[in-house]
Each structure stands twice: as C-alpha cells, then as structure tokens.
Design a protein around this ligand. Structure first.
Ligand code: HEM
Length: 599
C-alpha cells in the first residue's frame, strides 16, 4: 500500500526520499523486532526444517523489502524513460471542495452527486484522493477496459491493499498457484448445474431458520395489541437472514447432517466477520501500519484456521458413516439407481469423489477450500438479501405485487401438474410419484422462481441501485494505455465509477435511471445474473462472479418466503430508511423492522 501511494505520486514528489523511507522503515521494524525477540529470548536459531516465529516474521519482512525495492526500480525506470516518449494526456485530479483535504467526505455525503460533479469537471477518467490513497477512477466504457484487460487485476489490488493472498493461502494446502480456479471449477461443474436439485433442501433450510430465528428475535419485544399480535418488532433483522443463508448454504455445501451442527452454522455465518476484523474492513480510517501489524499478528493466530478445523471435525463422523452406508449397499448388491439415489450430493461429497482430480491433500485441505467458498458466498448473499428486505420496507407497495405473482405462479403450476396426472391416468399410463406427487404441487422450485418476472426485476433493480458507486478495486500490473491515450502507471489503484453506468444511464435502464423502479426490467431479458458494463454488482469478464446463479436462487427464495409470511414490513424508525438503501464501505447499520404477519 505504501508502495502504491508513493509510486503514484512519483512525478511530483521527491522520489528518492520516499523510496528510501519504505525500506528504512521496514528494516527498522525488523531490526527492532529481532532485538526485542532477543531480549525476550524468543529469537533462537532453530534446527533446520523448524520455522520459528521470529524467522518467519523476518522472512516476511525481507520479502516485503525485496518487493518494494523491485517496485521502486520499475517505477523509476518507467518514469525515467517517459521524456523520450510523446507525453500522454495527463489524468486530471478532481478539485477538492473548499475545506476538505480529501474527497472521502464529499463522496460519502452523496455518492451520485459527487461523481456527477467529477464527470462534469474532469471527464470519464480522473484521479481522486480517497481511502488514504490516490485512486484513478474510470467511468463509462473505460470500465470495460479495466475489467477485460488482464494487466488490471482485482486479486492483486486486494493483495496489495490488505495482504489477503498469503492470509487465505494459510487455510489451504493444495491449489495455491491457481487462485480461485478450484472454487470456480467446483461452482461451474457441480454447484450451478445442480441448483434445481438443491432447491428443495435450500427451501427447507431457509424456512426452518426463518421460523426459528423469527421466534427467537421477537421473544423479548412488543406485539401490538391493535393488530391482534400480528405486528412484531425485530431489533436486529440481519440476524434472521444470517441464519437463513448460513443454514441453507451449509446444507448445500456440506449436507444436512454436518449443517445441523451448531458450530458449523456459526462458522458459516461468522467467518466473514473474523476475516473483516483481521483485515480491518470495518474501519477504513485505520492507519496502514495498524492494518499491517494486525494482519501479521494474525498470520500466527489465524482465526479462520480454527474454523476450518471445526468443519473438518464435524465432517469426519459423517464421512465415516457415509462410507459404511455405501459399503452396506454394495454388500446388499443394491441396484445402480438405488445406489445413486442414496448417495449424498452435497459439495463436500463431490469434492471427496474428485479428491485426486483436484489434488487435495486431506479433509482439512478440502474444508480449507470450502472456507474459501464460504468467504465468497455467504456474506455477499446475506448482504444482498438483507438489502432486498430493507427495500421491501422502504417501498411497501412492492409486497402485494410480489405476493400476488407468487400465488398466481404456484396456482398455475398446481393446475398444470393436476392436468398432467389426469391425462396420464386417462391414457392408462403410470403416474411418476417422484415427479408428480400432489404434496409438492406448490413447492418453490427453481422452475417456479423463473416464472416470477416481477421478483426477478425487483432483485436486479435493488442490486443496481444499492451497489456502492465506487467499487471493484483493480491494480495495474504494468503500465497500460487506455483507448483515450491516457497511461495508467504500474501499481496504480483503480476503481469503477458505477454512477456513470448504473445511475446516469437511461440508454441501458430506461427513463429516470436515478430512481428505484422495481418493475423496470419486467418484459426484458435482463435478469439479476445478466452482467454487462451497465450492471456490475457481480463484476464482469474472466473473473465475473461464478456463484451469482446460486445467489440469485437463494435470495429469490428468501424474499418469496418473506412475502408469503408477512403482508407488511416497516422501519421502526422511518428516518433510517434512506441510510440503508445504498452500500457504504465499512457501514454496518442494521435498523430495526416491524413485521406484520399474514396469519
Ligand atoms: C449477491 C451475492 C454475490 C455478490 C454480489 C458477488 C459479487 C462478486 C464480485 C463483485 C466478484 C468479483 C468479480 C470480478 O472481479 O470481476 C465475485 C467473485 C467471486 N464470487 Fe461472488 N458474489 C456473490 C455471491 C457468490 C456466491 C454465492 C458464490 C459461491 C457459491 C460466489 C463465488 C465467487 C467466486 C469464487 C469469485 C471469484 C471469481 C474469480 O476470481 O474468478 N459469489 N463475486
């Protein structure tokens, strides 16, 4: 991070002083650390092969020193060769509001208003001073260039800002060289194609968690007499959605037997909180050295490593039991269809079945990879689903429309299945109980969800309107030319300006794109998962979110269950409504809601 700051300001700042400062600072820290360790008697020479805390710490520091040295050398060489080239157009810095020293405050006051001012003053590519960094912001079509050019990397940006790679690599033993590729392959090959099969389990898990958590959350609060107990105040509604998504994701990833373990549920829900604490994600004003120190200390006491062990411990007896069951079926010479029917189909089982193909080392390694899946999937889905429920509260007219649509779709499906049964009976054909059981006529299947076009439009519109306007950090791996001739220097930090594509873009979104219009996409083919430069909650290009289909199905089911059980949702304090309708980095506001049940 220091490297980025200094390198970005090279042309105007005396580079020698700063470039020396970085290694000196780090050398000082390492020397002080070793001196301290010697004083405390912790800096020993260990027999070969044994890694001491101080040696590892020293190695990390030497490594960082070396990386900083290389970066400074590359930047200097780039800078020194500049005068020979024809000078590219400079990237303008947006003026500061009188009295402000950075752009943070003005941005947080009104994201779209501020970015509209930036576009008018500086054009589609400009510099801002935010988050303790100098950041290059790209708008409109230049966002596509940022996503599609491999010289700009999201993973490298997160790694540079937070050292996230090394920290996450401590959780796994295999597949460290191809970041996110094992997760991508599991999602693409095993999760997404089977979403229809997982749906019944997801509905069961979401519904049972909703009923249980709703009862627990409202126990100590009032029930309004006037409504005959139908109105309930929930002080922390997010806790309900955390349990719902945690329970349903753990069931899909590890099977119901493992997911029933309370420690596993806690791991699914809390891992991202641990991660955010270590990375200092909830406090953007944390000085860089505190963030760095926090991370280094947690290398040796990684809270997520303990959570991985919890998953492995909970999975062990279940896997043994599965093996015994399989052996029994083989002994009993069960036929192939029966054998396959009895086989668990959760992601854990798929990973065990392809143990060699993926090159896993042991069960803990598999659980480490599941942890990486948890970190990408659970919190993001909780966050999106929570936003959808807050939008239901802010726009109460949406609930009757979504409820009516749900009833109509389920009525139609029930009727179709009834007709199919009658027609088969008339023709003297057998009725397949597995496929046409009347008890499942009104299930919230993925086919039923696909017919709910108002729900689809509502979800896409919520994500379009609430996604942070400056988002998707990318770092330039090397000096890169944009199509407008501007040069992005190596190690620059970049952000996409979504105001230009999400909020100020009537060509893509129709009239009044600055307003929330829940039915904007009804009758179009624009679903929640269809990404493009005009809709970027899931990114785009090679690293586009592969889990968005599960996220969509899960959040649709969650919202459907909520509108089927509650006829009205309202903010306990209406003045808080506006505050939660737009994401703000590091913001954890969770206003209380009043739910009015249908029964
Ligand atoms: C509403 C929920 C979700 C949102 C908003 C979301 C958003 C994102 C974004 C913005 C990225 C980065 C894309 C880029 O760099 O271009 C991403 C990547 C990723 N997401 Fe999601 N995500 C969600 C749910 C999920 C779920 C449920 C899973 C897993 C089942 C998942 C798995 C991943 C993985 C593995 C990556 C890394 C892809 C790569 O680097 O190639 N996400 N997601």
């Amino acid at each position: 991070m220091i490297g980025v700051l200094y390198v970005n300001t090279l042309p105007t700042v005396p580079v020698d002083a700063f470039s020396l400062l970085v290694p000196i600072l780090l050398a000082l820290v390492s020397v002080t650390y070793i001196a301290f360790s010697k004083m405390l008697g912790t800096h020993h020479s260990y027999p070969q092969g044994e890694q001491s805390l101080s040696k590892t710490c020293f190695d990390v520091l030497v490594n960082i020193l070396d990386q900083q040295r290389k970066k400074i050398a590359i930047s200097l060489s780039n800078y020194n060769t500049q005068p020979n080239k024809s000078r590219p157009p400079p990237i303008p810095m947006v003026s500061l509001r009188p009295g402000d020293r950075t752009h943070d405050k003005e941005y947080h006051e009104n994201q779209d208003k501020f970015l509209t001012r930036c576009l008018a003053e500086a054009g589609p590519v400009f510099k801002l001073s935010m988050h303790h960094l100098q950041i290059i912001v790209v708008s409109d079509e230049y966002i596509r260039e940022m996503f599609l050019n491999e010289n700009f990397s999201n993973v490298d940006a997160l790694n540079e800002l937070m050292g996230v790679k090394t920290f996450l690599h401590m959780l796994i033993k295999s597949g460290k060289n191809n970041d996110a590729r094992i997760q991508n392959s599991i999602i693409l090959e095993h999760l997404t194609p089977n979403l229809g099969k997982y749906q019944a389990e997801m509905v069961g898990a979401l519904e049972s968690a909703l009923v249980k958590e709703f009862r627990l959350s409202t126990e100590k609060v009032y029930e309004k007499e006037s409504q005959g107990g139908k109105e309930r105040l929930v002080m922390n509604p997010v806790a309900i959605f955390e349990s719902m998504v945690g329970k349903s994701t753990s069931t899909v990833f590890m099977g119901a037997e493992v997911a029933n373990n309370p420690e596993v549920l806690e791991t699914f829900v809390m891992s991202m909180h641990d991660f955010a604490n270590v990375m200092g994600l909830n406090d953007l004003d944390l000085p860089f050295w505190r963030r760095w120190l926090n991370l280094k200390l947690n290398y040796f006491n990684n809270p997520l490593k303990r959570r991985v062990q919890i998953l492995a411990k909970a999975a062990t007896p279940v896997i043994l039991e599965r093996r015994q069951r399989e052996a029994r079926l083989i002994n009993e010479s069960a036929d192939a269809p029966e054998f396959l029917k009895q086989r668990p189909h959760d992601i854990l089982q798929k990973m065990l079945d392809r143990f060699d193909e993926y090159g896993f080392i042991d069960l803990e390694d598999i659980c480490g990879h599941i942890m990486l899946l948890i970190l990408t999937s659970v919190h993001t889905t909780i966050d999106a689903s929570t936003a959808m429920v807050y939008y239901l509260a802010a726009y109460p007219e949406t609930i009757p429309v979504l409820h009516r649509e749900q009833v109509q779709v389920l009525d139609a499906i029930q009727q179709e299945r009834q007709q199919e049964r009658s027609s088969r009976l008339e023709k003297g054909l057998e009725v397949n109980v597995d496929l046409l059981d009347p008890a499942h006529d009104r299930d919230l299947t993925s086919a039923a969800l696909k017919r709910m076009i108002h729900l689809e439009s509502f979800q896409r519109e919520v994500l379009r309107c609430r996604t942070e306007a400056l988002t998707h950090f990318h770092m330039a791996r090397k000096e890169t030319l944009l199509s407008n001739g501007m040069v992005i220097p190596t190690y620059s930090m970049m952000l996409a300006n979504l105001t230009s594509t999400h909020a100020n873009n009537s060509a893509a979104h129709g009239p009044n794109p600055g307003e929330f219009q829940p039915w904007r996409y009804v009758g179009t083919h624009k679903t929640m998962t269809k990404v493009g430069v005009d809709y970027l909650p899931f990114g785009m290009g090679k690293h586009v979110c592969p889990g968005r289909f599960m996220a969509s199905q899960q959040s649709k089911t969650l919202v459907s269950l909520i509108v089927s059980k509650f006829e009205k949702i309202a903010f306990h304090d209406p003045s808080q409504a506006a505050h939660v309708l737009r994401t703000q980095y590091g913001d954890v506001s969770k206003p209380a809601l009043v739910f009015t049940s249908r029964e």
